[in-house]
Design a protein around this ligand. Structure first.
Ligand code: FES
Ligand code: FE2
Length: 408
């Protein structure tokens, strides 16, 4: 951990330097040491269920194609970059095809990346070796319970080891009756601020009753929820707790997970919400309610977020409808929630942090640090509901990686 110096990124008393959110050098270090070395979620197997299915995704700034080969069903993660003169060969977000043909000069690749066609190939002479000119493969691809991750680092630890203690929460999602599918695809948003703000916000019960007051008022008018009950739980319910799994992964439980395991989602919640927790897999995958959330860093001050409604396979049409309408109501383009977070939690933070002439150019992330409890057997840390433990979990791992990147 860094100590308090003028150049520290994070201090021992949990102040985070303003430049962590606005310095292009920090962003470049994040690309080198986080997005080039961590396992990044690229697809759920339901998105590419059949041979020939594909989708495009991002590993940091790297555009990739995730495809299922139509011959043997194998999954490939390919750089979306033609070996001829660099054009992105796949333009559609998802689909089904036996091959990808580059629109520029017509080079054609199989869904496993093999180069299978070059127009007028005689111009390259006899030494041209098509077998070495396929789309480049991302070196590591592994799946955990249907969640497909890829990694640019050939020497990375296995995915299961990377996920560590966080697998229990992924298991809970995978074990929802019938499993889940991302059949509704994603709604998308972009905002003009740093990518980490969306991860900080994904598990932040502290902001909810302030930033989303109008939403709580709507629920109150409908008689479905009371702001006072929410505030009471956040302030005093010991079973609402935050969790630092280690490895940068974190969660907030709305009551003990054991109480929900094995029950049908319908029995747990009646409003299209599936998960009794908010959950982040470091560095850029989140789960909230009935939603899988992917954060894509575009630049130090521009971020894209993909919001996938998770659909239990066993749901009937009416239940699926409920999930979608709930998703739209809070997260959709005209929903009440995402707009609040973008305006208050991201754009205004970016605006405020341009004030870098303040005597103390830090933000404070120490809430509840004195009451963190460590389970000695597992190393897992726990704290109260609105404590900033999940954010510290993220930044503990972030700092280890980024300091190496800045030194490089
Ligand atoms: S750039 Fe793809 S065929 Fe020329
Ligand atoms: Fe929010």
């Amino acid at each position: 951990m860094s100590i308090t110096t003028g150049s520290a990124l994070i201090t021992d008393d949990w102040r985070i330097a303003g430049r962590v959110y606005r310095d292009p050098q920090v962003f470049e270090a994040e690309m080198r040491t986080i997005f080039a070395r961590c396992w990044i979620f690229v697809a759920h197997e339901s998105e590419i269920a059949d041979g020939g299915d594909y989708k495009v995704a991002q590993i940091g700034r790297q555009p990739v194609i995730v495809s299922r080969n139509s011959d043997d069903g194998s999954i490939h993660v390919l750089f979306n970059r033609c070996r001829h003169r660099g054009s992105a060969v796949c333009q559609r977000e998802y689909g089904n095809a036996n091959h990808f043909r580059c629109a520029y000069h017509g080079w054609t690749y199989g869904s496993d990346g093999r180069l299978i066609g070059v127009p007028f190939p005689d111009a390259y002479g006899d030494g041209f070796d098509k077998s070495s000119m396929g789309l480049a493969h991302v070196p590591r691809v592994e799946s955990y319970r249907g969640f497909i991750f890829a990694c640019l680092d050939p020497d990375a630890v296995p995915l299961r080891e990377y996920l560590g203690n966080a697998t229990r929460f992924l298991d809970f999602i995978a074990d929802l009756p019938g499993g889940i599918e991302l059949s509704a695809h994603a709604s998308k948003l972009e905002y003009e601020a740093n990518w980490k703000l969306q991860l900080e916000n994904t598990i932040d019960c502290y902001h909810f009753s302030f930033t989303h007051k109008s939403w709580l008022d709507i629920l109150n008018q409908r008689g479905t929820s009371s702001p006072a009950t929410w505030v009471e739980n956040v302030a005093r319910n010991d079973s609402w707790r935050t969790i630092d799994f280690g490895g940068g992964h974190s969660a907030h439980e709305y009551g003990p997970l054991e109480a929900h395991e094995g029950r049908s989602p319908v029995a747990n919640f009646t409003s299209g919400e599936l998960l009794p927790f908010n959950f982040v897999v470091f560095p850029s995958l989140g789960f909230v309610g009935a939603q899988l959330r992917v954060v894509v860093p575009l630049s130090v001050t521009r971020t894209r977020v993909l919001l996938y409604p998770m659909m239990p396979r066993d749901y009937d049409d009416a239940q699926r409808e409920e999930v979608l309408r709930n998703h739209e109501a809070f997260y959709g383009p005209s929903g009440a929630g995402s707009a609040d977070d973008i305006e208050v939690g991201f754009d205004r933070v970016a605006q405020g942090l341009t004030a870098d002439a303040v005597p103390e150019d830090w933000i404070l992330m120490s809430r509840g640090v004195e009451r963190e409890v460590v389970d000695e057997a597992t190393g897992i840390r726990y704290a109260r509901s609105a404590d900033e433990l999940p954010q510290r979990a993220f930044y503990r791992r972030w700092l280890e990686l980024v300091e190496e990147g800045l030194d490089a």
